[in-house]
Design a binder for this molecule. Structure first.
Ligand SMILES: [Zn+2]
Length: 203
């Protein structure tokens, strides 16, 4: 039997029946923004795109969360944030193929910011909220409760210093870096060298 929202422990984000949420809001701590596989801290865009396309093919071109095969598919990095008092280690567990709707919900802070800035329509924002309710079989209020909970975690995690454990990607990243460094050594005056560690907003 599920407890009323007011009696649930604040750290316990579950669907109404008490099972873990199928579609979660997963905010990236601020100091880790841009530290992803797509960036030059990781594989770099070209290798990331190649890897993502292969993964989409091998997964039958369907969303790992809602099963959608019609929508645009993205590669979503699933991280485990292992925290100590002032520091932490972000461990990359796997990359999941998810549809654009599920992905926009994973990064709900970014989605909400885009909506507030007029770059996502209220119709689309409403459809995403509906998608969250449908997949998690929960109520409208649950997404707001989950978002506030995620923001509290994000705020705590954003104050910490992080080390990254790239897991199974350690070796391909080392290879990608070696290739980039060799190229940079051959092209010292290329403008891309000065912008090679560009970041992207992933929260
Ligand atoms: Zn989906």
């Amino acid at each position: 039997m599920s407890m009323p929202a007011s009696k649930r422990p604040s750290g316990n984000v579950t669907a109404r029946r008490g099972s873990p949420l199928k579609l979660r809001i997963e905010l990236v701590p601020k100091r880790l923004w841009g530290r992803n596989l797509r960036s030059n801290y990781g594989l770099g865009k070209q290798r990331w795109d190649k890897f993502r396309h292969k993964l989409i093919e091998s997964n039958g071109a369907r969303c790992a969360i809602c099963g959608n095969t019609k929508k645009k598919l993205h590669g979503h990095e699933v991280w485990d944030y292992r925290e100590k008092k002032t520091v932490g280690t972000a461990v990359l567990l796997r990359v999941e193929i998810v549809c654009i709707d599920c992905h926009d919900i994973h990064h709900w802070a970014r989605t909400t910011k885009l909506f507030q800035g007029g770059r996502i329509t209220s119709e689309r924002y409403g459809l995403l909220r509906k998608h969250y309710r449908k997949i998690n079989r929960c109520r409208q209020a649950d997404i707001d409760r989950h978002f506030l909970h995620s923001l509290r975690i994000w705020s705590r995690q954003s104050k910490k210093r992080w080390k990254i454990d790239w897991g199974d990607f350690e070796l391909p990243i080392a290879e990608a870096k070696a290739t980039r460094e060799a190229w940079a050594a051959r092209n010292p005056d290329h403008p891309l060298i000065r912008h090679s560690a560009h970041t992207t907003w992933t929260g």
